[in-house]
Ligand binder design. Structure first.
Ligand SMILES: Nc1ncnc2c1ncn2[C@@H]1O[C@H](COP(=O)(O)OP(=O)(O)OP(=O)(O)O)[C@@H](O)[C@H]1O
Length: 266
């Protein structure tokens, strides 16, 4: 089946920056898969997502999106919307007008039924994220794009949110592209993980990425938790963990080589 998005050799230079924020990235999103982008602050995750959506100018490369692709996008910075005096019902009708039944149904689906008359500003962080997800689902997206959807949620809230995402994927067949800092939960809930630090350090199944030196170097102590998650199951021969694609550094790399030392150490 055709990829929903296929990107080749993507580089983005923000105005005034002395080097590319992201460089030479190849990436694709297939139908119905959950792909999560992880990486340190400032590693270009949001820029990559916006480049895939055609929202930033590319300095190199090409992005192909399936013709007519329906995308439900929840951007990272929605605090302005949140501060506006507005009911949930009205918020759901922006920009796409929906009827009461559709609004009620989508709120039910995202686990926050009956919130229509509540002011956006009065919602808890977890309720607000579910309302954002509800709005993103209204145009029956083939691809949901969620930029740090669990920011500000506590651990049970994070786990519950990812569970909801998996349910939505199973029901609708939508692919999901996420940016996240919740390494442990991401590893459980994703089909594929892309580890970013200006360039793609490594990508593959969660299991393969969690064992990759580049991932371990980038996330240090935090990565041990995700590796342990898989080691736990490795009391038998297990070659089929999927392939990890690691970036090979060259003389033209314009990015931070922090993790290259780890390769050298073996
Ligand atoms: N529109 C812009 N103009 C100039 N610089 C930008 C712009 N957007 C992002 N940047 C810079 O590009 C770098 C990468 O930003 P980006 O938001 O893509 O990273 P991120 O990995 O999503 O970060 P975080 O985890 O903190 O959200 C940062 O140094 C940021 O300041």
């Amino acid at each position: 089946m055709n990829a929903l998005i296929d990107a080749r050799d993507l580089s983005v230079n923000h105005p005034g920056a002395d080097r590319p924020v992201i460089s030479h990235i190849d990436m694709h999103i297939d139908p119905a898969e959950i792909v999560t982008v992880v990486g340190p602050n400032g590693s270009g995750k949001s820029t990559l997502v916006r480049a895939l959506l055609g929202q930033v100018a590319l300095s190199s490369g090409k992005v192909e999106r399936l013709a007519g692709l329906r995308i439900g996008y929840v951007p990272q910075r929605v605090h302005i919307e949140r501060a506006m005096p507005m009911t949930v019902r009205r918020f759901l009708s922006l920009p796409l007008r929906v009827n009461d039944a559709q609004a009620a149904q989508v709120l039910e689906r995202t686990g926050v039924p009956g919130l229509e008359s509540r002011q956006i500003i009065s919602l808890s962080g977890g309720q607000f994220q579910r309302v954002l997800l509800a709005r993103a689902l209204l145009n029956a997206p083939q691809l949901l794009v969620l930029d740090e959807p669990t920011q500000g949620l506590d651990q049970p809230g994070i786990v519950a949110f990812y569970k909801l995402i998996e349910e939505v994927r199973a029901e609708t067949g939508a692919a999901v592209l996420m940016v996240s800092h919740d390494l442990l939960v991401v590893m459980r809930a994703s089909d594929r993980v892309v580890c970013l630090n200006g360039h793609v350090c490594c990508q593959g199944t969660p299991q393969a990425v969690s064992a990759a030196p580049a991932y371990r170097a980038l996330f240090g102590a935090e990565s041990r938790g995700t590796l342990a998650l898989y080691r736990h199951h490795h009391d038998h021969d297990h070659d089929d963990v999927g392939h990890v694609h690691e970036h090979v550094h060259g003389p033209d790399c314009a990015h931070d080589h922090a993790h290259a030392h780890d390769h050298a150490k073996g």
